[in-house]
Design a protein around this ligand. Sequence first.
Ligand SMILES: [Zn+2]
Length: 171
Amino acid sequence: MIREIITYPNKLLKVKSKKVECFDQEIHTLLDDMYETMISKNGIGLASVQIGEPLDILIINLPNKDDKQLKEDLVEVINPKIIQTKGTTLYTEGCLSVPEYYEDVERAQWIEVEYQDRDGNLINCEYDDLMAIAFQHECDHLNGELFIEKLSYLKRKKFEKEWKKKIKGKK
Ligand SMILES: [Zn+2]
């Protein structure tokens, strides 16, 4: 089922998500809803809090070399932990909860992570480049943080001004 994505400045986006203890049908349905919702908005990543469920769940589905977004490349991540990071990289990020806004953000270029899959199996993985960037972006959501909080003071001020205008225009 496609769910509604909450957008900035909805206060729920600031909530710290809770650890998943039970890997049951409810979680599987939530993961499926997240996938459908993300694809419907042409996103490459989504945290469950973005559809109003503050749980330690995120999904990432990067396009492959042929620029095709295949479900077989979907990564479902539950209770993630970033264990190690290396290097830095700059990438122009966007977010389904801050639609149509893009800005450069600096993040680690390489990460080692640990998480659980939909059945609770523990997975240890290393990611780099866009996968590492997306993983860090989604993990921030679980901590109640958005990428706009990483902007410089001036860029953030400019964003807030533009965003207010945009929200007013939609009413
Ligand atoms: Zn986001």
